[in-house]
Design a protein around this ligand. Structure first.
Ligand SMILES: Nc1ncnc2c1ncn2[C@@H]1O[C@H](COP(=O)(O)OP(=O)(O)OP(=O)(O)O)[C@@H](O)[C@H]1O
Ligand code: SF4
Ligand SMILES: [Mg+2]
Length: 372
């Protein structure tokens, strides 16, 4: 019988947390088999949802993971929280390899890694009171806080900006933003060290998004919890993440500290994403939106991604080399430390207005054409 994971003692604030990452992901791969054929169904291919992903998250850090729909963000989140088994690669949490840890082996760290989901409607049990929902994880893990679970739930409700008196209410009695706050309180109940938040605000009204992002930011800073914040919108991540990774078709194509990614991006796709997102007015005095970048074609199928650079079918800079050789994720000359880019012909490190009129979202382009 395999032994339970024994984890090293938690670092105290002030330790050189940078020395050892909280989470390290190395060469992570998740391929989903595609079945076909009759009468015998066989595996005819694989969806390469995540295809060789490396990332690290440090204690207390907020790390943003950004990319278009279907690029593998949620799969990455589910692999890290071990809701899904990786095909290959290593996930190391606090120095221990948890890539293929069994349920029993994972038990000691289950409480330390929590997930917040996109949909605040379906992620809460409609038949349970808020008190029951938030105290559920404590019950499952046999945790009895000082003063009792109810007292702790009321404290948590207060932390997330809800009325502690609403302990006995049901989810349908709350608005979307309030329900997401309940989800946050549930994630906090076990005092996690890492929260994977998968599109936590994209189902909410724009006016509510900023409030929930601000709450998460407050939680991250005041409680020192590390976040892997998954979003398709670079604008949302900007205000929240110290470091940002950009994904395209199962791979990270650029990663770096926030300033590098937003003010000195090198990868053409990062330029495209930056130019396409509508700015969310989280703070006053925001810079005006950049000129748009028009990308030809749709995202290719992850079942048979393009050879070489996966972005080449939509890249305005593509050359023969891009089809022949996959560009490695490297610190290019001109990149700051920790800023890595996977591109043979990178952009100059600037986001100054471009000459081309380039738009990422074909639907947006169609709408604009319609409107003349
Ligand atoms: N259980 C599954 N079985 C087969 N294919 C899957 C499964 N889960 C995800 N996929 C596929 O893997 C790819 C990545 O999906 P994933 O949900 O990780 O993308 P995402 O970046 O989170 O997208 P979105 O922004 O739409 O949430 C997609 O092509 C998706 O269809
Ligand atoms: S490697 Fe080539 S195709 Fe890929 S992003 Fe760079 S220039 Fe474009
Ligand atoms: Mg997703």
């Amino acid at each position: 019988m395999k032994e339970d994971l024994v984890l090293p003692a938690t670092r105290e604030a002030g330790d050189d947390a940078a020395a050892e990452p909280l989470l390290t992901v190395s060469g992570l791969v998740k391929h989903f088999p595609v079945k076909g054929g009759f009468p015998i169904r066989r595996t005819v291919g694989h969806v390469q949802a995540v295809d060789g992903l490396d990332l690290t998250v440090h204690a207390g850090e907020s790390f943003g993971l950004v990319g278009e729909s279907g690029c593998g963000k949620s799969t990455t989140g589910r692999l890290i929280t071990r809701l899904m088994e990786p095909t290959r690669g290593t996930i190391t949490y606090r120095g221990r390899d948890i890539s293929h840890a069994t349920r029993k082996q994972l038990a000691p760290i289950r409480s330390e890694i929590q997930m917040i989901f996109q949909d605040p409607y379906s992620s809460l049990n409609p038949r349970q009171t808020v008190g029951k929902i938030i105290s559920g994880p404590m019950e499952i893990n046999g945790i009895s806080p000082e003063g009792g679970r109810e007292k702790r739930v009321r404290e948590l409700l207060e932390i997330v900006g809800l009325n502690p008196e609403h302990y006995n209410r049901f989810p349908h009695e709350f608005s979307g933003g309030q329900r997401q706050r309940i989800g946050v309180a549930r994630a906090l109940a076990l005092e996690p060290k890492l929260i994977v938040a998968d599109e936590p605000v994209s189902a909410l009204d724009v006016s509510i998004q900023a409030q929930v992002v601000n709450l998460l930011q407050q939680v991250q800073r005041e409680l020192g919890i590390a976040f892997l914040f998954i979003a398709h919108d670079l604008a949302v991540v900007r205000h929240f993440s110290q470091r940002v990774a950009v994904m395209y078709l199962g791979k990270i194509i650029e990663v770096g500290d926030r300033d590098s990614i937003y003010t000195r991006p090198r990868h053409p796709y990062t330029h495209a994403l930056l130019s396409a997102v509508p700015e969310v007015a989280l703070t006053e005095g925001e810079a005006p939106p950049r000129e748009r970048i028009r990308l030809a074609g749709d995202v290719p199928s992850p079942i048979s991604p393009p050879s070489g650079c996966r972005f080449r079918t939509r890249c305005w800079k593509a050359q023969d080399k891009c089809a022949a050789e996959e560009p490695p994720l490297l610190r290019l000359s001109g990149n700051r430390e920790g800023h890595l880019t996977a591109c043979h012909f990178p952009e100059d490190p600037t986001t100054e207005a471009r000459e081309e009129d380039i738009v990422l979202d074909p639907a947006l382009a169609a709408l604009e054409e319609e409107q003349g």
